[in-house]
Design a binder for this molecule. Structure first.
Ligand code: KG4
Ligand code: ZN
Length: 341
């Protein structure tokens, strides 16, 4: 009998301090997330300096909590996987340095993980992956279609040219005076309204899998300002529904075209916006009768967590990917550099 593999994952790229331990790449043994959302709310977005301070305060507590939840000591851990980037540099540095200190003190291998690879691998905690596959990544910082021919190999076939989907959600929510993060509020409101307001869809050039959401965001802001100036009342629920319909229509249509062109076996959905009820229902409907196996993680694995970092870390560890103790945070890390390893 071979020994179980236990990987500790550490994630601090934005506003969640998270540590998780997973078994054999797929089974969650511990998953602790300390969210800072309350501290950032009054500023209407994540304040990098505040995020870093919270991570410093939380990281050791969260690590100890994860080991306690798993009922193990560091001796049992095979490797430590940490988010190297992308993200806020000050926030990333806390996780990277904590991981390095732990790896050095306990003489454990250190595995660098790309945050988006983590979001994609959250799906492996739901179901074993089958290649080739396509991942629709929709988070606060990223909107991408990623093709994977095998484990640990990522090819970005389309990405946003301006705002990420989550970013557009958060900015529109701000215009409607909704709290941060705005995505869940717009999602809830959208179900109370009707998509009666005409808003643009950015299809871009024929055959392009790229996205653009800044025009849509500006259209929403202009609609609100024009209405205010003319003293016209627009129902926020109708605006939310119209905005959500525009985002989902473009995401789903481009994903469907890419699934057909690339002939994939699975479609994975990843990132915070994958928690969107409208997007989930729409994708389920579109792929209900298709051969493609659609996987959407539960809400807790869609938003930032460390189980996804440990899941991606497990695959990278098996591939032999290691970081030196000189590892630095890389806020602009490219997902495709891992393909050569
Ligand atoms: O992946 P994530 O937790 O952090 C990043 O890596 O960016 O994504 C956070 C984003 C935020 O923009 C948030 O508003 C959005 O995900 N989000 C949603 C929903 N839940 C979270 N957007 C739309 N609908 C939701 N239900
Ligand atoms: Zn994320």
């Amino acid at each position: 009998m071979t020994k179980d593999q236990l990987i500790m994952g550490i994630e601090t790229s934005c506003d969640e301090t998270a540590v998780s331990i997973i078994k054999n790449g797929r089974e969650i043994v511990a998953n602790v997330v300390a969210s800072q959302i309350e501290s950032h709310k009054r500023f209407g977005g994540v304040v990098p300096e505040i995020a870093s301070r919270h991570h410093v305060e939380q990281i050791t507590i969260v690590m100890q909590e994860a080991l306690k939840e798993a009922g193990i000591s560091m001796d049992a851990i095979d490797a430590i996987a940490v988010t190297e980037g992308p993200g806020l540099v000050g926030a990333l540095l806390i996780g990277v340095n904590a991981a390095k200190a732990l790896a050095f003190a306990h003489q454990k291998p250190l595995v660098p993980v790309h945050h988006i690879a983590g979001h994609i691998y959250a799906n492996r905690l739901v179901k074993e992956l089958q290649f080739p596959l396509l991942a629709l990544v929709v988070s606060g910082g990223h909107t991408e279609l990623v093709y994977m021919k095998e484990h640990g190999h990522f090819q970005v076939i389309g990405e946003t040219r301006d705002d990420a989907a989550g970013e557009a959600y958060d900015k529109v929510a701000r215009t409607l005076n909704l709290p941060y993060p705005g995505g869940p509020h717009i999602d809830r409101l959208a179900h109370e309204g009707s998509p009666v307001i005409d808003l643009p869809r950015a299809w871009l050039e024929e055959g392009s899998y790229d996205f653009s959401f800044s025009g849509l965001k500006s259209a929403v802001i202009n609609t609100v300002h024009n209405a205010e100036q003319r003293g016209v009342v627009i129902a926020p629920a109708d605006l939310a529904a119209s905005f959500q319909e525009s985002v989902i229509e473009v995401l789903v249509k481009k994903t469907k075209l890419a699934v057909a062109e690339y002939g994939v076996k699975q479609l994975l959905v990843a990132g915070g916006v994958a928690a969107n009820k409208g997007l989930r229902t729409n994708l389920e409907k579109v792929f209900a009768d298709s051969e493609v196996d659609l996987i959407i993680p539960p809400l807790s694995l869609c938003t930032d967590n460390a189980a996804m970092i440990a899941a991606a870390g497990s695959v990278m560890f098996d591939k032999g990917v290691r970081a030196e103790l000189s590892l630095n945070a890389n806020p602009g890390l490219d997902i495709e550099i891992f393909n050569e390893i």
